[in-house]
Write a protein that binds this ligand. Structure first.
Ligand code: IMP
Length: 183
């Protein structure tokens, strides 16, 4: 039913599975002795983080933050708002932020700066998707699942007006979906 709104599948469930497995192996090598705090950025991180955690074979803690930058549209406004803060103290911790997508880089940079300010020992980013051509601020995520072109995508956590997060793949929406909502 939801799939009828999708123009093109960019990252299939099988591709997601192998990306997550690869990231899990790399992160297990890099973090096995660090007892990191993995902070997922809600709401988009949910499917990715759930799958990734199962591939991380070392002691860790998890927590979540909810920050918003898009306010429901398709273009970033650049203002980042904390809706729900992280509960676990980050001081002296190795922090790994889990994000669904990095676009302009503003969200992740604002969060990383805040966590550094609060005394985190190290802050690194793992993102399923990266849109490097969308970058407005300087930000290079340390762990990237896959680079995608500068198009608006939905699925596997990513939404358009809060819908499509539950699709098992990442894809682009048919243009008429935007126009229908705008009418
Ligand atoms: P940035 O601050 O521009 O890097 O955007 C990061 C946030 O914007 C992500 O966590 C998403 O919530 C949202 N976002 C960026 N690109 C897309 C997209 O193509 N589809 C859905 N949400 C997106």
């Amino acid at each position: 039913m939801l799939s009828k709104d999708i123009e093109k599948v960019l990252v299939s469930p099988t591709e997601i599975q192998s990306i997550v497995k690869r990231l899990g192996e790399t992160l297990t090598d890099d973090y096995k002795d660090k007892f990191p705090l993995v902070i997922g950025l809600l709401k988009g991180c949910v499917p990715f983080m759930a799958d990734l955690l199962k591939e991380l074979d070392f002691p860790l803690e998890i927590d979540y933050m909810n920050v918003s930058s898009y306010h429901g549209g398709v273009e970033s406004t650049g203002d980042v708002k904390i809706i729900m803060d992280v509960g676990t103290p980050v001081k002296n911790r190795h922090v790994l932020i889990a994000e669904d997508i990095v676009d302009s880089g503003r969200t992740i940079r604002a969060v990383a700066e805040l966590l550094h300010y609060r005394g985190a020992k190290e802050v690194k980013i793992v993102t399923l998707l990266d849109k490097p051509t969308g970058r407005i601020v300087e930000m290079t995520p340390e762990y990237v699942g896959v680079n995608i072109p500068n198009a608006f995508v939905v699925g596997y956590g990513l939404d358009y007006e809060e819908k499509y997060r539950n699709l098992p793949y990442v894809g682009t929406l048919k243009p008429q979906i935007y126009s229908k909502i705008k009418e």
